[in-house]
Ligand binder design. Structure first.
Ligand SMILES: *Cc1c(COP(=O)(O)O)cnc(C)c1O
Length: 364
């Protein structure tokens, strides 16, 4: 059987996660599985303590620092357990039982983070957009000064909303950036901790990037299991136990690619152009309507519905026939969701826009 080369694959991958990776990264990643750098070994079978992989980890950390402008006050870790493990690992490490943390509830993932956080301290849900199915980002709420930290989900992968501005507060922010990390510049000084599962905008599933301001650690009274203690992983350079070698390697390749694109500022410009192209069509086309409040629309996950829900199946079929994959909306929102992460080229977005226009002509 003859298999297709990466160049011949004509699918447009709009999946929410695991998600699209740059075509060149897929090629390099595939080559390293067969024979890594001419070593005669696969990347899948090398020691995590060998100097080759140690240099991958070092480069992954260095690229994270360079792309996000991190100072030495911050540690960079590549862990396992997904963003879902960070929902509680954060609080276990930095929130004492009698301390208060404030959470803004902007969707399914924030809700899950709040549930876990409550096991470790006083959690105040200071704002929520649940009243309108998380279709907007709450604004104008008070953030109490006694808050130990403020937890935000910077991009809401399911409902398709994104913080385009941080709340005006001096309270340090803990942020779930799983679905928009490296998509735009950030002001690192506002954050004491950032976490992101790799499989949305960074690499394959299997590793979680965690960025921590080191001086927030070592202050809670509770005993922390070794594997769940950030300090363990800082002391051992993310190799206390066997790290997820391949997901870290592919994430490193993706960061090299982001750097070659011009870094996160250039990525942001491309992401704005892609999002504008698709939202413009949603607003223009009489068959479609956006699911999120216009000012809070995500640049990464574009959610939309059909004015006539009975046309949904036909649109899904038309899109699928044209090679668009992964656009069915999450069951909690319905309709459609096109995830247009860093690796999605504008040409891919144009394919979807063309289908929407053709669909409107046929169903006028
Ligand atoms: C996907 C996602 C998660 C969950 O990530 P896992 O790695 O599956 O635990 C958490 N937060 C956000 C914003 C996500 O998009």
């Amino acid at each position: 059987m003859k298999s297709l080369s990466v160049d011949q694959i004509k699918k447009q991958n709009f999946s929410a996660g695991p998600a699209i990776l740059p075509a060149t990264v897929i090629k390099e990643a595939a080559a390293a599985v067969a024979d890594w750098n001419g070593s005669g070994l696969s990347i899948l079978e090398v020691s995590h303590r060998g100097k080759e992989f140690v240099s991958v980890l070092e480069e992954a950390e260095a690229l994270t620092r360079e792309l996000l402008g991190l100072t030495d006050d911050y540690a960079v870790l590549f862990l396992t357990g997904g963003a879902s493990t960070q929902f509680y690992m954060t609080c276990m490490n930095i929130l004492d039982k009698d301390q208060t943390a404030c959470y803004v509830n902007t969707g399914t993932w924030s809700t899950k983070a709040i549930k876990e956080a409550k096991l470790f301290g006083n959690i105040e849900e200071i704002a929520s957009s649940k009243d309108r199915n998380f279709s907007y980002i709450p604004k104008g709420y008070d953030i109490p000064d006694h808050a130990h930290f403020l937890h935000l989900t910077s991009n809401n992968t399911i409902s398709g909303t994104e913080f385009h501005q941080l709340p005006d507060t001096a309270v340090p922010i803990v942020c779930d950036m799983s679905s928009n990390i490296f998509s735009r510049p950030i002001d690192i000084n506002r954050y004491s901790l950032i976490y992101a599962g790799a499989q949305k905008n960074l690499g394959p599933a299997g590793t979680t990037l965690v960025i921590i301001k080191k001086d927030i650690l070592g202050k809670v009274e509770r005993a922390i299991p070794t594997m769940l203690n950030y300090q363990t992983h800082i002391d051992k350079g993310s190799s206390f136990n066997t790290p997820p070698v391949y997901p870290i390697f592919v994430s490193m390749l993706t960061m090299r690619w982001v750097k070659a694109q011009g870094g996160v500022a250039a990525m942001e410009q491309k992401n704005i152009a892609k999002a504008n192209l698709l939202y413009k069509e949603i607003d223009r086309n009489p068959l479609f309507k956006g699911a999120a409040a216009a000012e809070d629309r995500s640049r990464m996950n574009v959610t939309f519905v059909l004015e006539k829900p009975e046309l949904e199946a036909a649109f899904l079929e038309a899109a699928t026939n044209a090679g668009c994959v992964g656009i069915k909306g999450h069951r909690s929102v319905g309709g459609f969701r096109a995830s247009i992460y860093n690796a999605m080229p504008i040409e891919g977005v144009q394919v979807l826009v063309d289908i929407m226009q053709e669909f409107a002509r046929q169903n006028a």
